[in-house]
Design a binder for this molecule. Sequence first.
Ligand SMILES: Cc1ncc(COP(=O)(O)O)c(C=O)c1O
Length: 241
Amino acid sequence: MLYVPTYSNPTGDTTSQAVADRLGRMPTAAPDFTIFADDAYAVHHLDDTPPAHPDLLGACKKAGNPTRVILFGSTSKITFAGAGISFLGGSKETIAWIGELMGTQMITPNKIEQYRHVLFLGRYPGGIAGIMKAHAKLLAPKFNAVDDILTRELSGKNLASWTKPKGGYFVSLDTAKSVASQVVKLAKEAGVALTPAGATYPFGKDPNDRNIRISPTRPPVDQVRKAMEVVAVCIQLASET
Ligand SMILES: Cc1ncc(COP(=O)(O)O)c(C=O)c1O
C-alpha cells in the first residue's frame, strides 16, 4: 500500500491515530504486506492548529508488525525543491535491509548537502517549525484566495465542491457534473494552466471526470485570484451543457 499519511495529495486528509493503529494491526493475506508511507507533507501546516501527526511506525511496532511500514519524506518543500535531502524511517531490520541495498547503489549520500541542512535548519529561528511557519505566511493567503474566489463565484450553485486544507500543497476540487476535463480545456484556452483533470487517480483516469487538483503555491496572490476567477467561469460554462 502506497499512500500519503499527512495532508494527503490531493484531499488534504490526515490519517488519525485510530486508523494508524488499525493499519498496524490489521490481518493481511500477504506476510510481507508493506505500507509505503510518503510523509512528504509531515510538517507543512497552513495554520496554528494542525491535526495530530499519526505515529505509524509506533502503531506497527506495538501491534507486533514492526517491518510493516516504511516511512519516507524529504526537504523538497522545506528547503530547496527537488534538491534537498531525503530521509527514511522503519524498523531496525528494515533500515539494515535498505541500507544494504542503498550501499550498492551509491558510495555515500551527499554529506556536504546534509551538513548544510544541519547548519541551516539548526540556526533558523525555531528550526524546521520556524521555517514552515515562514512558508505558511506566504502560502496561506494563496489558499485563502482560492477559497474566497470559489465561494464568491460558486457558492449555492451546486456546481462544485472543494477542500479547505489545513496543510499540504493542494486544494481538491470536484465538479458536480462530469466536466473536469472540459474545465481544464476551457481554462487552458483562456490562458490558465491547470493540472490535468484526474491527475491523482491511478493512471490519471478519474472514472467520473470530476476531480481537478489545484496547486496555488507558486503564482503571486493576485494571479491566484485571477486564475480562480477564470476557473469559476469555466466550471459554469462547462456545466451549462
Ligand atoms: C506526495 C508527494 N511525495 C513526494 C513528492 C516529491 O518529493 P521529492 O522532491 O523529495 O521527490 C511530492 C511532490 O513534489 C509529493 O506531492
